[in-house]
Design a protein. Sequence first.
Lengths: 154, 470
Amino acid sequence: MGSVVDIVYNSNTYSFDFSTYIVTVGMDKLLVPDLYKALRLAEETDTGIGHKAIAKGEGLAVLDSDGSDTIQTALTVTLFHGWLVLSSKTSGTFAIKNGNLVADPPGSVFAENSLVTYIGFFSESGTIARVSTGSAVTEQDKIDIVNGVWGYER
Amino acid sequence: MGIETDFSVDLDSGDIRHVSGTTVYNVLDLHLYLQDLADDATGIDNDNPSVLAGKRDATKPTVLTLPNDGPLATEFNIDDDASQYINFGSVEQKGGDELYSGFKTIGGIVSASPIYVVQNNSKLSKFWSDGHIQILIKAKTGGSLIDNGDVTAYSRKYGQTYSTFDVNLAAGSETAAAIATSIDSAITLSLAAAQTVFGNITITPGAVSKDLGNGNGAKPYKGVINVNGEALSDVYQALMYATNETSTETINGVPGWRYRKLDAAYTENAAYPFGSFAGGKWFVAQGWWIEGYGAGDAQAFELIDDNGDTQAPPVSTGVTIGNLISGDRVLVAIGSGGVIDKTQYTLASGNDSGDGTIVINETIPADTPNTGFVRIGDDRYEYTSWSGSTFTLSGTLSQSYSSGTDCYVPLIDVEATSSSETVTVTYVSNRDLVIHVRHGSGSEAIVPFSTTGTMSSSATTINTVRQADV
């Protein structure tokens, strides 16, 4: 009962509040793919099903030509309807990794926590040097990949 | 050959009798004949045998008096037999104590539709041919009107629509009854077959309260027809049989041939005493509740309760969400523009923690699932039944809620266990829907499927679009 849904994924707890549209996390590094999995699980709960979808995910396009699927573009998660991420940390840094996190409509993706410094890291999959060697990757792809990687610091 | 041959007149006794022939003469003819006799040498010394009201006018019914107050006190009179050969007017005699009043039927009828006349609850013996009639009916005898002068004309030939018309003959002259008949295309059974069907149904007059399940609640009726599985189209015909002219059945204590309606206060359906049958539907006459029909006839009738309100059986409709796999989370709710209407209802006061019910301020509409979930914001309570404004829960409220708090009831709110999920409800009106289907984990994970739809009077199916998630 209630508006808060706790989802545990990869040993981390994601607390989705469907009344405030804030997902609270406590880890130092938030992995975008894990967040995406967690929010999908939240969406299908008894509470979540009564609300619109939290986000959409795009990316993970295969870049290498051998079809091994080991090189992909980063996952971009677009939060809808004003959903925000709130770190419950009380000090230090909070990093977003392995993907991009954006809002639609455009705006901040973080709920206010003045005790924490937010840092965005380039996606590991999107910044691997092998991108430049991929025969199927055009020059424009390379530009898009780099530009598409989210970076945010405050 | 003429009236002088067909009728005899005894100027001494006053008896006027029909003695031969089949010709029917009008009242004015009789008067002319009597006056012609009266001025003969043999009649000139007798009392005047007839007195005409007003001037002679062959275009209007004649009002004739056969006096008994002449110098010789001769009581001129016709008898019942003679009256059968006279029409177009009335004949009053015996000092006003006896009246044969003119009666005719008019209107559009099937050729040679048989007509019978009921007086004082009895059929008059027919002395007329089928088709429209113009006759004299004894309306007064011994100084008293027979049933206040009332008679009723009927035409009830099985296979045709029926017709009934009440008139009062007390005023004399001639009174017309409007009769209309036509071929009844809903009659396909032979009279014998319809009689057999009638033998299989049970008619039980008496006040009852019945709920058709159409959301209007229990309503009063004045009788029950249990059709015992007979097709309603056949039952209709059986009841037309039971009310035809030759019927020997009894309905609500009344011979079928003069059964007209279940309650004196009701508006009669003269053409169809038990209601009409058209377009595959029986429009049952007021006051009758029907039961015992097959599933195929669930929509094939319409009732009128004792209050005069039409009661249509509930129309089943529903929604099916298809292309599901086990584990899909499905929600179908009323809403518009893709937004769930979470303000569908408001809570009444007194919905407190521990209660086993949820009471709302509104009447729960008939298109609410029999079981399901009430959602108060993000709180979700399973209900096992509902009635009026109250949902009965399988558990209890986990907290107290303020009066006026919004809540809603999804049509479907489940985790799928098969390839489809269906809800069946009673149709009330078209409902705009919001549909969510989600499956967020595992190899079957899909991009959340959200769409809109409309639940109309016929069931609708919406198939899930399963787009693999990234």
